[in-house]
Every structure is written in C-alpha cells, then in structure tokens.
Design a protein around this ligand. Structure first.
Ligand SMILES: Nc1ncnc2c1ncn2[C@@H]1O[C@H](COP(=O)(O)OP(=O)(O)OP(=O)(O)O)[C@@H](O)[C@H]1O
Length: 344
C-alpha cells in the first residue's frame, strides 16, 4: 500500500469530494458508527463549515434491532454528530425479522427507512460511505456470479430510489485513508463483528483481497475495471436506446403494448437484442427485474424461431410476469395474467 493510501484526507480534498452537492437543500448522512461512515460525517461537517451557504446536513443511524450493541453505537454517532453541530436521528426497524435472508431484508429495511426519513426532512440525497474497497469487493462478488457488463460496473456514484438520490461521495477513496483521517482527528469508531463473520461471502472475499493485491489486483485496479465497464455499459445503453426508438411499435390504443419487428430485431447485435428484450420484460412484467440468464435463454428460443422463419407460430412464453410472443412477424411483450393462486 502506498504512503498516499495511508494519508488522511485534507480539508481541500474534502471540499472537492462534496462540491457537486453544494446546492442541495438538505443532505442525509447515513452513519452506522463504523469507520467509513464516521469519517464521512466528520468530513462532510468540516466541508459544510467551510461554506457560507450550503445544504443542511442531518445524520441518521438505523438500528436494525439485531445486535445488542447497536443502541450504543447509535448513541456514539449521536454524540459525535452533536460535537460537530449536526442534528442526528436514530431510525428503528421494528418490522418482523425473516428467518432466512436476514442481511438482505435488513438492507432493504435500512434503505426504506432512510429514504422515508430523507423525504420527510426535505433532503434530496442520502450520502453513504461506500469506499473503493467496497467497490472492489462488489465487482469481485459479481464476477464470481458471472454477472453481465451492467453488474460488473458495480456501484454508481449516484442511484435513485423513490425520488431520493443515494450518493456515494467516497467511492474513489480507499478505506485506509478514512481510518487515517479518523486517527488524526482522534475519533473512535465501532467495530461491527458481522464484518468479520466468515459465514458471509463478503468477509471471506475481503480476506482474499491482500492476496489479490500481491498479484497486482488491488482495490485501485479493480475499481478502475468497474469504472471502465460502467463507461462501456453507458455507451451500449445509448445504442440500445437508439435501437429501441427505431424498432419499437406501440399500439395506438394500448400504450403498454410493446412490439418489435422480428426481422429488424434479428439484425441487431446479440447484446442489443438482449437488452431490448430485458427492458421490455422489466417494463411489462410485474415480478421485478428478469434474471439475465433467463432472458438469455428466452432470446435463444426467439432467435431460433425467427431464423426458422416461423412467422406465424404461436410462440408464447412468460418470464418475470411478462408474456412474450412471436406472431405475424412481430415480437410482443405484454403483462402476463396473474398466476393462479395470485388472483385477487
Ligand atoms: N445501520 C446503519 N445506519 C446508517 N447507515 C448505515 C447503516 N449500515 C450501513 N449504513 C450506510 O451504508 C454504507 C454501506 O454499509 P455496508 O457496506 O455495511 O452495507 P451493505 O449491507 O454492504 O449494503 P450495500 O449493499 O448498500 O453496500 C455505510 O458506509 C453507511 O453509510
């Protein structure tokens, strides 16, 4: 690790890290009490103090009600927030806790609570403290699962959820610099033992990082790969937008009924055909985004039918709550009728 990657973040660096959100009315800081988000709060408070006019900052901690130490951690965040002149709120996840998939349910509840609270306080953005190390781990996790380009682009700097932006201002910063920043400022932070629990994939991957770094695969290179893939993905999306505008046929009476001319569709590159099909399914379906592997399998069936000139076949399949059919030389993607048992 270079000396630079161990150096604290200076006041002028902090200023440029947050500059693009200067005109926001209010910003929520999502602070768990761990080192990354404690550093986020400290840096954001220092940045805010350097401005004569700027956004209101509100620190928020979610207590998932899963670990006894969580209440004390929330209290520690409140104390640091107070010393930085920032208001702080603790949000509690009071809903029923599932027996399986607890981390995913906790994460979903956390974002739901944060978004609700941000909207209620007039904040347009929620800052999380994701670092370059988190970005590298996300890329690795997705690589191991065989994700497509969009997945390997890992986390974006900003994503939208229910009208609020989730922003990640520290995405290019290594965690070591945040720890050094806290060390210099003499700020204590919590150590969440679940981050070291080897029954979860992420901690196991984290343990591999030093080995990969020995071979040149450090977080800088992995995050660089993610941002190059994000760039390629954005370009392919623009091409897919153009192809969609060119090909899509909408029925005049049914705005949602969406179709493609099968022969023109067949002439497009496979990646673009795949994206158009996935977009149409995700738009028409009512079961959430379709799995990429399933869309790939469906595309193979469609390609085959089109290549065999089966213009009049009644090819009909359903995927993720969408009905996909090939009739009269057109591919149609419509909402599927609810499954038996799901009918009201
Ligand atoms: N209990 C919490 N309260 C407030 N913010 C939190 C809490 N837990 C996490 N965060 C915010 O989310 C960021 C990412 O945390 P962490 O890496 O633990 O999440 P994760 O479960 O891996 O979720 P993600 O999928 O968002 O990365 C933290 O840096 C912090 O800003």
């Amino acid at each position: 690790m270079s000396d630079f990657d161990r150096s604290p973040i200076s006041a002028s660096e902090a200023k440029s890290l947050f500059a693009e959100w200067r005109a926001a009315p209010a910003l929520v800081l999502a602070v768990s009490g761990g080192p990354d988000s404690m550093a986020l709060m400290w840096l954001a408070a220092r940045w805010r103090r350097s401005l004569t006019r700027g956004p209101r900052l509100i620190a928020m901690t979610v207590d998932h009600g899963l670990r006894p130490e969580a209440a004390r951690e929330a209290h520690d965040v409140k104390r640091l927030a107070g010393s930085l002149d920032l208001p702080h709120r603790t949000l509690r996840w009071t809903g029923a806790k599932p027996k399986t998939g607890l981390p995913a349910a906790a994460r979903e509840a956390r974002y739901r609570l944060l978004v609700q609270a941000a909207r209620a306080s007039g904040a347009t953005h929620i800052f999380t403290a994701h670092t370059r190390d988190d970005q590298a781990e996300t890329l690795l996790m997705r690589m191991l699962r065989g994700s497509g380009i969009a997945g390997l682009a890992a986390m974006a700097r900003e994503t939208e959820r229910d009208g609020v932006w989730l922003a990640r201002p520290l995405l290019d910063i290594p965690k070591s610099r945040l720890v050094a920043t806290l060390g210099k400022a003499k700020i204590a932070f919590a150590d969440d033992p679940t981050n070291r629990d080897m029954s979860f994939t992420r901690p196991r991957l984290r343990a591999l990082m030093p080995v990969l770094a020995e071979e040149g695969g450090d977080s800088r290179n992995l995050a660089r790969l993610a941002s190059r893939l994000a760039r390629a993905n954005a370009a392919i999306e623009v091409l897919a937008d153009g192809a969609e505008r060119y090909l899509a046929v909408r029925n005049r009476d049914d705005a949602w009924r969406f179709g493609f001319d099968a022969q023109a569709f067949a002439g497009l590159p496979e990646e673009i055909r795949l994206r158009l099909l996935k977009r149409a399914i995700d738009r028409a379906g009512h079961e959430g985004p379709a799995e990429l592997g399933k869309v790939e399998a469906l595309l193979a069936v469609l390609d085959n039918a089109i290549a065999n000139g089966q213009k009049q076949t009644r090819l009909k399949q359903t995927l993720a709550g969408a009905a996909i059919s090939l009739t009269g030389g057109r591919i149609h993607v419509d909402p599927a009728p609810p499954r038996r048992g799901n009918r009201a």
